[in-house]
Design a protein around this ligand. Structure first.
Ligand SMILES: Nc1ncnc2c1ncn2[C@@H]1O[C@H](COP(=O)(O)OP(=O)(O)OP(=O)(O)O)[C@@H](O)[C@H]1O
Ligand SMILES: [Mg+2]
Length: 465
């Protein structure tokens, strides 16, 4: 397993001395690296176009070209490639120039293989670290220790047990659940408890960007790939190499991008926008959505084969109202967090305040609870009271409004139940489909599809076909 993660390097050796080339190639192949050798500039460029590389080892003299053009070409086309220059000491000023332009390091000729090997390992390590540093920048700091996750309810414990079992596998995971149920937190928990924990954890919100930008975010682009693409951009999949990518809100991804993601899942390959060079990556994919992907598939918004690849392991996070045992536990957890943050000593909560929290339906789940506790801590003096808790009035948890569905002895089809629920919601929303879709937490398109499939109609609806 660790072999897969500690990916060996893909190396290009440029040297016109055939004997030296063969010796070096044999040495590196023997230690498990992938290495190709060429004797001149033209073949080097040709290989660079064809293959994704980690390190180039080049003699200072390149027949048919020169080292500075090579450095510049690499910088422009594929900046993460680490270039090591080999040269006799007499040419040291040319070497310094190459390093100034962006070459990574220098090995004096004649060299022994061990010395070169150490430099290549160093280059690979730095390349990996700089990719990880890029990921860390701009990422919110979150702790992903189990003690940062609160929950005693059977449903939640079951989720933790599953995570313990699956974290160390390399299978794709899809996390489903309403907004604020902890999908992002759980994705981090999986990564940081996996064998990839030391490698990058890259998060992408697929709903935050328009299609074209999302593609270049995920796969990167070459200089000039489209108007405004002034520099090469390394995509998120490349950054996540060896680690995990978290595709959040995957239900919002366009079909075109879905096709490309499917290919990465199937073959672990992709191309940057504007490039024909195929790149290979080793990435574990965790995805999340609050949409019902089966419904999205039935209206043609989501690829069935992609879902099949994503949900090798599926985690359904329960809404807070279905794990009421955890409400007070979570409240206490957030009380601790925010009172220490605000330098206040509030450890008590009044029974009436508890009752208020317990009788609410929590449509925004744990995130909403966290916000409400934070606010209560600001307001409270020494204990949280009923009036320190501000809840929107229209979401009171009311058992009488929860649905009563009788299952007759002879059984009932899911479809019939679905029809009942849709009719109920339509009635509640004066037959305005848009509002009913909102109430049912689905899209207009999905509801519309179901309405016509279930043969629901209303005289007030204008037929437009
Ligand atoms: N079990 C838990 N224990 C403690 N805090 C939690 C737990 N689950 C979630 N949280 C906290 O609740 C908030 C919401 O969680 P998160 O962002 O992971 O939800 P989400 O499902 O990704 O929401 P959305 O769908 O809106 O993106 C975060 O601040 C997170 O730290
Ligand atoms: Mg989220």
């Amino acid at each position: 397993m660790s072999d897969i993660i500690n990916k060996m390097g893909s190396i290009l050796l440029i040297d016109s001395n055939e004997k030296l080339r063969n010796r070096t190639i044999n040495f590196f192949r023997g230690s498990g690296h992938q290495i190709e050798g060429v004797s001149n500039y033209e073949s080097a460029v040709e290989l660079l176009n064809r293959q994704s590389l980690d390190v180039i080892i080049s003699d200072i003299e390149i027949p048919g070209g020169d080292i500075l053009s090579l450095v510049r070409l690499v910088k422009e086309r594929d900046p993460p490639i680490m270039l090591i220059v080999t040269s006799p000491i007499e040419q040291v000023s040319a070497v310094i120039q190459a390093i100034k332009e962006g070459a990574f390091d220098f090995v004096r000729k004649p060299f022994n293989q061990g010395e070169l090997y150490v430099k290549v390992e160093k280059a690979l390590e730095i390349k990996q670290l700089s990719l990880e540093a890029q990921n860390l920048r701009g990422q919110q700091k979150l702790m992903y220790k189990t003690y940062d996750l609160v929950g005693e309810s059977p449903k939640f414990k079951e989720i933790l047990q599953i995570i313990e079992k699956i974290a160390k596998s390399d299978s794709s995971v899809i996390i489903l659940g309403e907004t604020g149920t902890g999908k992002e937190l759980i994705s981090g928990l999986i990564h940081y408890n996996s064998l990839r924990a030391g490698k990058a954890f890259v998060k992408v919100n697929c709903a935050a960007l328009p299609d074209e930008l999302l593609e270049s975010e995920l796969f990167g682009h070459e200089k000039g790939a489209f108007t405004g693409a002034e520099k090469v951009r390394i995509g998120r999949f490349e950054q996540a190499d060896g680690g995990t990518i978290f595709l959040d809100e995957i239900g919002d991804m366009s079909l075109k991008t879905q096709a490309k993601v499917l290919r990465v899942l199937q073959e672990q390959t992709f191309e940057r926008l504007g490039s024909s060079r195929t790149k290979q990556v080793n990435v574990r994919v965790i995805s999340a959505t609050n949409k019902n992907l089966e419904d999205e598939i039935s209206v043609g918004n989501f690829r069935k084969d992609l879902l099949y690849r994503l949900n090798v392991i599926r985690l359904d996070l329960p809404p807070l109202r279905e794990r009421r045992e955890d409400i007070i536990l979570l409240t206490r957890f957030f009380m601790l967090r925010y009172s220490s943050k605000m330098n206040k000593k509030i450890h008590k909560i009044h029974p009436m305040a508890k009752e208020k929290l317990l009788s609410y339906s929590w449509p925004g789940n744990i995130r909403e609870l966290e916000n409400i506790v934070e606010r209560a801590i600001i307001m409270a003096d020494d204990e949280i009271r009923h009036e320190d808790i501000y809840l929107p009035i229209d979401h009171k948890y009311d058992k009488s409004s929860s649905m009563d569905i009788d299952i007759p002895d002879q059984g009932i089809s899911l479809e019939e139940i679905e029809k009942k629920v849709i009719l109920l919601s339509l009635e509640r929303c004066d037959w305005v489909q848009k509002d009913a879709a909102k109430l049912l937490k689905t899209t207009n398109r999905v509801l519309n599809y179901k309405i016509s499939r279930l043969g629901i109609s209303h005289p007030g609806w204008i037929k437009n076909n």
